[in-house]
Design a protein around this ligand. Structure first.
Ligand code: SF4
Length: 284
């Protein structure tokens, strides 16, 4: 199974997004998917180009709107595996309202954020996940705001699958994305994906020094929510691995009686013609 198409990405050489793309393609192949069983929906930003670079159904949504589109695709056709993706600006600024509600709603899709802690496409401004004190052309004296904490936000929003990785560790990232796609419910994967052109602070080396693998924490149990929350607070969210998973939670779709019997797109429309016309008349 090959999820490569013939479009050459136009990311800067060394951009972390290349490895995220490769990890998604590897994970889809390893999970036995076919390209026509996958839909990749993206927002706006350098990472938003991803939907054009993977052989699958794809849709490049407007800024911050990958999640509403992706959830709609899944609700229309539950037989598709749906991945939504975008950057930290897309998901944690203009799209934050959608992110929090998708986290709590638990529709069975995977959301991969390529978090480079800067706006790359618009040439280097401070983003929601930039650290306090971060100097860019939009904050020349250093950002005076606190950074959004994606993992803490996900946990506080009731997410049932939370993972974090870094694009330089393709092996771990691939394994995490495989697990995320297998999770029954909304799976959130925050990937630190360095912007080599504009972010000279949060580099590959910086993540190597600052991330702690959950496997290296003695007794770490990713199904224990309270313990996971304590570790997130202790390590300031700089963990990598599957941080929390509720393996018992029911997805949104599972809770709707009869929904999973047949995908919505294959269901017969049961409205009588007269009723349908009345309905349409009400909107005129
Ligand atoms: Fe990647 Fe940054 Fe270049 Fe955008 S500007 S393609 S995020 S390295």
């Amino acid at each position: 199974k090959d999820f490569r198409n013939n479009i050459k990405p136009n990311w800067c050489p060394g951009c972390g997004d290349f490895s995220v793309q490769a990890a998604i393609q590897k994970a889809c192949a390893a999970n036995g998917l076919e390209p026509d069983e996958l839909a990749v929906i993206t927002g706006i930003g350098c990472s938003g180009r991803l939907s054009g670079y993977i052989k699958s159904y794809g849709f490049h949504a407007t800024h911050g709107r990958s999640l509403p589109v992706a959830q709609g695709v899944k609700m229309a056709n539950d037989e598709l595996t749906v991945i939504a993706s975008g950057g930290d600006g897309d998901g944690f600024a203009i799209g934050m309202g959608h992110t929090v509600h998708a986290l709590k709603r638990n529709i069975d899709i995977t959301y991969i954020v390529m978090d480079n802690q800067i706006y790359g496409l618009t040439k280097g401004q401070t983003s929601p996940s930039s650290e306090k004190g971060f100097v860019t052309k939009s904050t020349p004296n250093g950002s005076i705001e606190n950074a959004i904490q994606p993992i803490r936000t996900a946990m506080a929003s009731g997410a049932t699958f939370i993972a974090q990785s870094v694009s330089s560790d393709i092996k771990q990232l691939t394994a995490i994305i495989q697990e995320a796609m297998n999770h029954k419910g909304f799976s959130f994967v925050n990937v630190f994906s360095p912007c080599v052109t504009y972010n000279k602070v949060n580099t590959y080396d910086w993540f190597k020094e600052n991330l702690t693998a959950v496997e290296d924490i003695e007794g770490y149990n990713h199904t224990d929510q309270k313990a996971a929350m304590n570790h997130i607070m202790e390590h300031e969210g700089l963990l990598k691995g599957i941080i929390y998973q509720d393996q018992e939670a029911s997805s949104y779709q599972e809770q709707i009686e009869g929904y999973l019997d047949q995908p919505t797109v294959k269901k017969e429309m049961t409205l009588e013609r007269e009723t349908f016309d009345d309905l349409m008349a009400a909107f005129r």
